[in-house]
Write a new protein. Structure first.
Length: 429
């Protein structure tokens, strides 16, 4: 009979296999500890949101909204999208649940999957995961610096070194208007040299011309007028304060005039994190963020300043591997429970639970019937002690304690097993 065709996973979406879980645990734990250390509350939002939320929030002309959203229409004709980022959904929840009435600044963090219909390649997937931080209700530059500090704290926690910060200020709507004019005037005589996407960008959001990865456009971007020369005094002062705070933290930065970010909601500070060897050609950022003081209002809430950032965990995982950061494997069992015979097998399920309740790291392989193969496994998993419950022991309400290293065995009554085990383990330390 012909074998059935195997169904593979969806393009650009990867499984995280058991062997990779310790690395992911390290990142998840690092994220949780960083968020707690800096006073963030966890917020989980749904994976599906209204398409309009992202169109309005991230911006109609952006690559994310125009080309990369996974969209669907429900049976009830609702137009939904798989979230391509956290920020818009977090802002929606902030407004919808009246979180602005809580003490501000309100710090919220999230972790989970996001979806972008990109061409899959190294560091670019269709399902990605982010560790995301947002702060609402403070315009003070100290929070821009603190968000960046939290990013570095996370990288340090998970053992990454040599992370570089790229930084820029996009100014406010007022100063950007003037800059837009200067930028368009500069690009006008070069219009024919631009790629097709940039021709469109020059109409929708000329700032994004600076961000194009194509060589011909990057060359032009290098000589374009600088945004810093056009920001107003308020924005200049705000940016200077951010730099002062970073200096105080001894965080070095690279002032990057072409850093504009791919989402429309930013104003003032924007930044991205890179691994040191990635800085040339500005390929794949490990994370990025910035200030978005207008987004809450744009999505129907009260005027609320905000700043945030997200780290892409797939890219961070690659960097962890590249830097050879040590990852602890799954916890080793200290006790391996072996059973032999029908009655012992039945009794061993309960004994296993008793051992768990006594907080012992215990492992088993109940589906195996041979003592030899169970002992082999206990050895392979590095257990210090094997507990052997045979037919006779099950009848006598006793159990054999075997020290794996020496092979020395001792029979103890079942009622005393926990006490005896703990005593033995103490000696083996
Ligand atoms: P973003 O720059 O679009 O920002 O994404 C943040 C990070 O997610 C990137 O630096 C990258 O590490 C990762 N990432 C993005 N796309 C992909 C992909 N296709 N495959 C793998 N990793 C990817 C945001 O999403 C903003 N919402 C961040 C933010 C929060 N700004 C303010 N608050």
């Amino acid at each position: 009979m012909a074998r059935r065709k195997i169904i593979s996973g969806v393009k650009g979406m990867r499984d995280i296999l058991p062997a990779q879980q310790p690395l992911w645990d390290k990142m998840r734990k690092g994220a949780e500890e960083t968020a707690a250390a800096f006073g963030f509350w966890r917020l989980d939002t749904p994976i599906l949101e209204e398409q309009d939320l992202f169109a309005r929030g991230i911006g109609l002309g952006t690559d994310i909204v125009e080309k990369e959203m996974f969209t669907l229409t429900t049976r009830g004709r609702d137009k939904l999208a798989l979230r391509p980022e956290f920020t818009a959904g977090v802002v929606r929840a902030f407004i919808q649940h009246g979180l602005f009435s809580l003490a501000q600044p309100l710090k919220l963090w999230s972790l989970g999957p996001l979806f972008r219909y990109e061409q899959p390649q190294a560091g670019r997937f269709r399902q990605l995961r982010q560790f995301n931080l947002e702060v609402f209700g403070a315009a003070d530059a100290i929070l821009d610096a603190q968000i960046i500090q939290a990013g570095f704290w996370f990288f340090k926690k998970i053992g990454l070194k040599n992370i570089i910060l790229h930084l820029n200020s996009l100014g406010c709507a007022k100063c950007r208007k003037e800059y837009r004019r200067a930028l368009l005037a500069y690009y006008r005589p070069h219009k024919n040299k631009l790629c097709a996407d940039c021709k469109k960008r020059s109409r929708q959001n000329p700032l994004r011309l600076l961000d194009c990865k194509k060589e011909q456009c990057q060359e032009l971007a290098q000589k374009a007028p600088l945004l810093v020369d056009h920001v107003c005094d308020d924005c200049k002062d705000h940016f200077k304060q951010v730099l002062d705070y970073l200096d105080g933290l001894e965080i070095s930065y690279y002032l990057d005039n072409t850093l504009v970010r791919g989402l429309d909601y930013y104003n003032k500070t924007v930044f991205e994190f890179f691994a040191a060897d990635e800085k040339e050609g500005k390929k794949n950022a490990l994370g990025g963020g910035g200030r978005y003081d207008g987004l809450v209002k744009l999505l129907g809430g009260k005027d609320t300043p905000a700043v945030g950032m997200a780290v892409g965990l797939e890219r961070v995982a690659e960097e962890i591997k590249k830097q050879g950061v040590k990852i602890n494997g799954q916890n080793q069992p200290t006790v391996f429970l072996i059973q032999l015979g029908k009655m012992a097998k039945k009794r061993s399920l309960l004994l296993f639970e008793e051992l768990l309740r006594a907080r012992l790291a215990v492992a088993e392989s109940f589906s195996r019937d041979s003592i030899k193969s169970q002992l082999k496994l206990a050895d392979k998993q590095g257990a210090k002690i094997a507990l052997i419950l045979g037919q006779q022991e099950a009848l006598d309400d006793s159990v054999i304690i075997r020290v794996m290293e020496t092979g020395v065995q001792e029979i103890v009554p079942l009622v005393k097993v926990i006490k005896e085990l703990k005593k033995k383990l103490q000696k083996l330390k």
